[in-house]
Design a protein around this ligand. Structure first.
Ligand code: XLS
Ligand code: NI
Ligand code: NI
Length: 437
């Protein structure tokens, strides 16, 4: 069988002192940390669209490189070659999972029927290769935003015919995900938002979106797909406003439409920052509601205002992220998907490995550090003490709902002004830094 990454051997753990670039310095798949192996904690996944379909295009220039698996003249041959390259890459990297959109793995044809036939052919190949290599599918999803028919949205399109197209597409993508044993199915509402309120019935569009998600829930039951359904919030881009703005917005939308028990969230770092939040903010909001299902790991650029999808190498933010994951007892059937792409200038195949190795090492290091922080218990102990007044006397009465406004007034009249208490922010920042040694 043709090898696409012939010069590159399986990436191994060599330890922090190793000077070989194509080796893990921290990610040691079978090493146990906090009762589970790193592989089980982190559940890394490679994003098909960026790593195998990415061609270096940016808003100011078209494709910058042609991958060897994209060289064949026949589009279905290209699709097969790409799937083979993907499985070779993911197994050499040693990531257990990959993720795809329906249109990443098989090109769209002129009719839905032919498009589905093409999908079937590639799904069959993917199934075989998954078996041969042991690579697994973390999640599948449907691309309901690239084709011009989705210009005004998919589920939130003002035209019911387009709604139907998107729904039909999701039906098939969910079937493919089931067939390939996917652990999750993701909804990212690329164009589920608006460009102008002058032509938009916002209330109606949100009702449509809820109907769409209810249909998906019904259909997953019908076909027996037991994977987790996930919604991936993003505030904008390509729309001016996307309805699934951030974790808090999505949670209240799900609550309002009777969907909250059916979905969890897939939180992406760069989407959180686009919404004006930190990555850890959106993770914490999702986790606080018991709804953190999975992660799209990447990072933005402070000087650029769009979803630059860079590989995560910021150790600080990663420690915060892993703290949230560990405190909630792991990601369950979710994982850490690198929704990230190499820069336009990183044109070599080798760069794909460097990028993923960096992301995996950053999370592995974040895992080791976050585990130590939790084991020491100083940080969590501080936070627990900070709320100590609610575990006794007045605070306990407040939390158990046994007192009202008049009792509060009486308390203050008797006890006077509360003592100021420091939040010790700088001390805690210093504490965090101590773990980085
Ligand atoms: C785009 C999204 C997309 C989803 C999957 O910004 O991150 O890649 O993860 O549709
Ligand atoms: Ni994403
Ligand atoms: Ni994104």
């Amino acid at each position: 069988m043709k090898e696409f990454f012939s010069g590159i051997k399986a990436v191994r753990y060599e330890g922090p002192e190793c000077t070989e670039a194509l080796a893990f310095k921290h990610y040691d798949a079978d090493k146990t940390v906090a009762g589970k192996t790193m592989k089980e904690h982190l559940r890394f996944s490679v994003a098909y669209w960026h790593t195998f379909k990415g061609d270096g295009a940016d808003p100011f220039g078209g494709p910058a490189y042609l991958r060897p698996w994209e060289a064949a003249a026949d589009p279905m041959q290209r699709a097969e070659d790409t799937m083979r390259a993907a499985m070779e890459f993911v197994s050499k990297l040693g990531a257990p999972f990959y993720c795809f959109h329906d249109r990443d793995i098989a090109p769209e044809a002129d009719t839905l029927m032919e498009t589905n036939r093409r999908l079937d052919r590639i799904v069959k190949l993917a199934g075989q290769l998954q078996q041969d290599t042991g690579v697994k599918l973390l999640w599948g999803t449907s691309n309901c935003f690239s084709h011009p028919r989705f210009t005004h949205g998919a589920a939130t399109n003002p035209d019911a015919h387009v709604f139907a197209y998107a729904a039909g597409q999701v039906k098939k993508a969910m079937e493919c995900t089931l067939e390939l044993g996917g652990s999750n199915y993701v909804f990212w509402g690329g164009r589920e938002g608006y460009s102008s309120l002058l032509n938009t019935d916002l209330a109606h569009e949100q009702e449509q979106l809820a109907r769409f998600l209810h249909m998906a829930v019904e259909y997953r039951r019908e076909i027996g797909f037991s994977g987790q359904l996930l919604i991936e919030p993003k505030p904008k881009e390509p729309t001016k406003h996307q309805y699934d703005y951030d974790a808090a917005t999505v949670l209240s939308f799900l609550e309002r439409h009777g969907l909250v028990d059916e979905f969890k969230l897939n939180i992406e770092a760069n989407h959180a920052t686009l919404a004006g939040h930190t990555f850890e903010h959106d993770l914490t909001v999702a986790a606080a509601a018991g709804k953190l299902g999975s992660i799209d790991a990447n990072r933005g650029d402070y000087l650029l205002g769009w979803d630059t999808d860079q590989f995560p190498t910021d150790l600080y933010s990663t420690i915060h992220a892993v703290l949230v994951i560990l405190r909630q007892g792991g990601l369950g059937q979710g994982g850490i998907n690198f929704d990230a792409k190499v820069r336009r200038g990183s044109c070599d195949l080798e760069d794909l490995f460097h990028a993923h190795i960096g992301g995996m090492d950053t999370f592995a290091r974040g895992l080791k550090i976050a585990h130590r922080i939790l084991q020491d218990g100083v940080l969590d102990g501080f936070v627990r003490d900070r709320y100590g007044s609610y575990r006794q006397g007045l605070g306990q009465q407040i939390m158990t709902g046994r007192v009202g406004l008049a009792d509060m007034e009486a308390y203050v009249l008797e006890h006077g002004e509360p003592e100021p208490r420091s939040g010790r922010e700088e001390m805690l920042e210093n504490l965090l830094n101590q773990y980085l040694t």
